[in-house]
Ligand binder design. Structure first.
Ligand SMILES: [Zn+2]
Length: 519
């Protein structure tokens, strides 16, 4: 009998305390309201921010708005910085003349090939084209093992790595090796031979070319200054079809090499009889942009951080039209501010989180995830201490699938199954307990749209930090001047922002940090 009583008391203490914490979480999440979200977005997606293109005064005004909001609601600046801004430099360039040609044909810049912003100017005249496989030098797979004559040649190679039945031949499993899309590593290896130029066959360029092309709207893809290649020759990117023509082979042959590898696949190289010329004449500039970053300090576990992120940049103005980006990603930015406020209120009421919460408004996302890329290589808190990134990008609209179902109350969580088996359960529990949205996992990690690699969380995920990307899908106004505020569903945004708050709250307050149990 006594034992039973003790059991009851313990049960009450344990579950009673848990219920109390849950009630607290619910009460602070209700400070996130449709009204306040609209208030934030009314400025962020207004004519005065001129579409928030990275590198423009409109973006600076949006940054000032976020920073002043952070100040008002009591978000702290990172120790010793004295500012919410994290500045970074990137390189941008415009072409005067960029051509790839031989006596018979001329390839079209942006359609047939592209270059990055730091490309070296110059003329490469009538140089022989050679195929160099994957350009990999790894144990068991060495493209450079046999007489490698690359000097003064135009070297064509794949930028990924060889696979057999979904497994990398380099790692022997489904994980990518260090060579996968690592152009820096490949260029460093090749530059010893002093080639005339290097042309990467970029699967992204033919696979999901729109993604690359939207980064090329204003010419070459901008790059962070820290990522500039230390080489003296031109670097181009092209697709399989153009690469085959340059090499004078049929594209089937190249694609067989690329896709139909066997377990014992050996490096394949060949020299073509073709000679091509490349002319590059570009003007470059090195502008600065800012991420806006602040935090709410935790209590007993304050050295560990939960990151909440959203990008505040968009596409700017084109042909006199403002691209408002109310959904992309005004919605995420407005939500970020509201979630930050909810945590700040919780803390000032004496119920702050155990772990610290870092709020990151990134710029440069539309230019190729520049701001978050800079952040992960210059993190304000060590990435090993970063337990989770919850990234919010486009949560204000209802896509055609759910319009047809007449159900606006859904979200596509992406990435939760990648690093930690606990995370998806935690997300589902928060949603069951509070927000009761339809969680639709159809765009999770393995999806042909590759949404998983298309927003800032990807830079965290690549560095082993668990992520969830909150997204409500594409719509007819995506990346158009018609992505405007009056089309935003603020009730829906409120519910999703509250869900993000709950997931952050739970992750920040549980005793054990999320386990990284998925390899
Ligand atoms: Zn976006």
């Amino acid at each position: 009998m006594k034992k039973y009583l003790l059991f009851l008391i313990i049960t009450f203490i344990v579950f009673g305390a848990q219920a109390q914490i849950d009630t607290i979480a619910r009460s602070f999440s209700t400070t996130i309201t449709a009204y306040d979200l609209k208030d934030n977005l009314t400025y962020i997606a207004s004519p005065s921010t001129e579409g928030r293109e990275t590198g423009t005064p409109g973006l600076v005004r949006a940054a000032e708005y976020i920073a002043s909001k952070f100040g008002l609601i009591g978000i702290q600046q990172m120790g010793g910085t004295g500012t919410y801004y994290q500045s970074y430099k990137y390189i941008r360039s415009k072409s005067r003349d960029v051509t790839l040609f031989d006596s018979l044909q001329r390839y079209e810049y942006l359609k047939d090939f592209y270059v990055q912003a730091d490309v070296r100017n110059g003329l490469v005249y009538k140089k022989q084209v050679v195929f160099m496989g994957y350009g990999i030098d790894a144990p068991g797979f060495n493209d450079y093992a046999n007489d490698t004559n690359l000097t003064d040649k135009i070297v064509v190679l794949f930028n990924d790595e060889p696979y057999h039945k979904g497994k990398s031949l380099i790692t022997g499993n489904i994980s990518h090796s260090d060579w996968y899309h690592n152009t820096t590593l490949k260029l460093n290896r090749i530059s010893k031979y002093k080639p005339a130029a290097v042309i990467f066959i970029d699967d992204a360029f033919y696979g999901k070319s729109n993604e690359i092309k939207r980064n090329l709207v204003n010419d070459a893809t901008p790059m962070l200054v820290q990522s500039i290649y230390e080489v003296s020759f031109p670097i181009l990117y092209t697709n399989l079809t153009v690469a085959s023509k340059l090499l004078g082979t049929d594209s089937m042959k190249l694609s067989r090499i690329a896709k139909k590898t066997t377990k014992k696949h050996k490096p394949i190289h060949f020299a073509s009889k073709n000679r091509f010329s490349i002319e590059l004449d570009r003007i470059s500039s090195v502008p600065t942009s800012d991420n806006v970053i602040g935090y709410v300090e935790g209590s007993d576990l304050k050295d560990e951080f939960v990151v909440i992120s959203a990008h505040y940049d968009h596409l700017g103005m084109h042909k006199g039209k403002i691209y408002y980006g109310a959904d992309d990603d005004g919605s995420g930015t407005a939500a970020l501010i509201e979630i930050a406020e909810a945590f700040a209120i919780a803390k000032s009421a004496g119920n702050g989180p155990r772990r610290s919460i870092l709020f990151c408004a990134f710029s440069g996302e539309e230019k190729g995830l520049l701001g978050s890329n800079f952040y992960v290589s210059n993190p304000r808190v060590p990435l090993e201490k970063t337990v989770l990134d919850l990234n919010i990008d486009m949560i204000g609209r209802v896509d055609s699938t759910y319009s047809a179902l007449q159900n606006p109350n859904y979200v596509y969580p992406i990435g939760s199954t990648k690093h930690s088996s606990e995370l998806k359960q935690l997300l589902e529990k928060c949603n069951d307990d509070y927000t009761k949205l339809k969680l639709d996992f159809k765009f999770d990690v393995e999806d042909k749209n590759k949404f998983y690699s298309r927003s800032d969380h990807y830079n965290f995920a690549k560095n082993g930090v668990p992520v969830i990307f909150f997204f409500t899908g594409l719509h007819a106004d995506y990346h158009k001047s018609t992505d405007t505020i009056e089309k935003i569903n603020f009730e829906k945004m409120e519910t999703i922002a509250r869900l993000v708050f709950q997931v952050a709250w739970k992750t920040a307050n549980q005793t054990e940090r999320l386990k990284l149990d998925i390899k």
